[in-house]
Design a binder for this molecule. Structure first.
Ligand SMILES: [Zn+2]
Length: 76
């Protein structure tokens, strides 16, 4: 199964992540590892924080409002 091997290699190497230094939409820090959502860059730290269920409620509200404005910007 060549296809499955390729997918596994990509996941291991982390090639799904953007490899250039960009400024994070949420924390405004530069990072070379992150994801792009709706054309805006979100660093890996913030991505992890967002999916971390142990995060504080206040933090979650902040992220939610950021992501919401991201959506709004792209829908308008
Ligand atoms: Zn960030």
């Amino acid at each position: 199964m060549q296809f499955n091997n390729d997918v596994n290699n990509i996941i291991k190497k982390g090639d799904g992540y953007v490899q250039t230094n960009r400024t994070c939409y949420i924390c405004n820090k530069e990072s070379d590892k992150g994801i792009e959502i709706l054309g805006s860059y979100i660093c890996r730290n913030c991505e992890q924080e967002m999916i971390d269920e142990e995060g504080s409620e206040l933090k979650m509200e902040y992220y939610k409002s950021k992501v919401k404005s991201l959506w709004r910007n792209n829908l308008s």
